[in-house]
Ligand binder design. Structure first.
Ligand code: IMP
Ligand code: MG
Length: 180
């Protein structure tokens, strides 16, 4: 029996395709934010790889911070209820805040975060997501910067996990159903 940990993964986006998408997003973000010293806020854990590639392409003054939310306890089905596991440390009031997310699925995490951050009176608030799964949306959210629109499949790699596995993969894969 072959027990390679990459069994049952099918490539969706190669590292080269991801790089092109990240460069495009960075160019769009640069146009809007280069004179605004924005706060780039990564949502842990899933965004850590995307965030690090993205901010290294933003060649202007900015601040970074992270929040951690929990929604998926384990596995692929949403628990539905969002909790703040690690709170923001930077000042939000009066800042241009750009939230960086790995993937928008039901929209519950971003809706929660939008509500939470708006109460802190940012100058502006926008969302940048590498992947968007609009067919799964339960709560409407506006995604201002989007890498790819993906089908209703569970994806892993490039920071995204299944039960905390696969975050280290440089490419993005579809996890086949019999693995879930
Ligand atoms: P939402 O609150 O349902 O939009 O879920 C958002 C979070 O669930 C994302 O930030 C991911 O961390 C996780 N998630 C949703 N879909 C996937 C997926 O296909 N693979 C890995 N994580 C996912
Ligand atoms: Mg996430």
């Amino acid at each position: 029996m072959n027990t390679n940990y990459l069994d049952n993964l099918k490539i969706l986006y190669s590292r080269q395709e991801i790089e092109v998408a990240v460069a495009r997003l960075a160019a769009e973000i640069t146009r809007e934010y280069q004179a605004r010293n924005p706060l780039i806020l990564g949502v842990l854990k899933g965004s850590f790889v995307f965030m690090s590639d993205l901010v290294r392409r933003l060649d202007f003054s900015l601040e970074t911070d992270f929040v951690q939310l929990s929604s998926y306890s384990r596995g692929t089905s949403s628990a539905g209820k969002i909790k703040m596991v690690q709170d923001i440390k930077a000042t939000v009031k009066g800042r241009d805040v750009l939230v960086v997310e790995d993937i928008v699925d039901t929209g519950k995490s971003l809706a929660f975060l939008a509500d939470y951050l708006q109460k802190k009176n940012p100058e502006s608030l926008r969302f940048c997501c590498l992947l968007d799964k609009p067919s799964r949306r339960q709560v409407p959210v506006t995604v201002h910067y989007r890498g790819f629109t993906v089908p209703d499949k569970f994806v892993v790699g490039y920071g995204m996990d299944y039960a905390e596995q696969y975050r280290n993969l440089p490419d993005i894969y579809i996890l086949s159903d019999d693995k879930k």
